[in-house]
Design a protein around this ligand. Sequence first.
Ligand code: ZN
Length: 232
Amino acid sequence: MGETPGVVLAVYAHPDDADVACGGSLARWAKAGGAVHLVVCTDGGKGTFDPGVVPERLAVERAGELQASSALIGLASVDNLGFPDGELSDSDGFRCTLVERVRTLRPEVVCGHDPTAVFFGQDYFNHRDHRIAGAALLDAVAPAAALPHYFPEAGPPHQVSTVLLSGTLEPDEWVDVSDTIETKVAAVECHRTQFAGQDGWAGEAVRSRAAEEGRRAGVAYAEGFRRLALGG
Ligand SMILES: [Zn+2]
């Protein structure tokens, strides 16, 4: 996928998710003049193994990390809905909020979690918030945002053209992020509460994953997505 969308909306569950999932693509589009907006659904307050950490304080720290990474990526806006980490539910209220964001920002391209991806190999399965955010986003984009009788209070209808789902087991579209891989690395490294520890580990993991996708796409570094073309 080589073209630059004019307006992009990325919707992810936790403060670090967008950078990990598609930070290189978001940075590429922003750099090329696209207006790239991010909605983060939860505050990330439970993202720690340390029982001594206070979730409300972690949430504040992670908001600061998100602000720093968003500046590196070049986001036009970042909005945290502030749901408690791990407690997302696929409610009418949540979907109405997402419909309202879609109808206000009027993106051509929407990025989010693939809710059908559950098991990644034998040692990881997808976070509940990722599955719920992905499913709610799909339902919000189509048919809800496009049809006037869904959530009429949430603004005038808008048809999204393309949905790109990351964290997918069935990628069929790749974005070349060779020019923005180091921006992605720096953005991911902003999330110190999540990727502290061995120096440079996160950066190496990001580069090696993007190189693997790049081999599938025939470029140095890429990010893979499942692409849905909507609205005829
Ligand atoms: Zn997450």
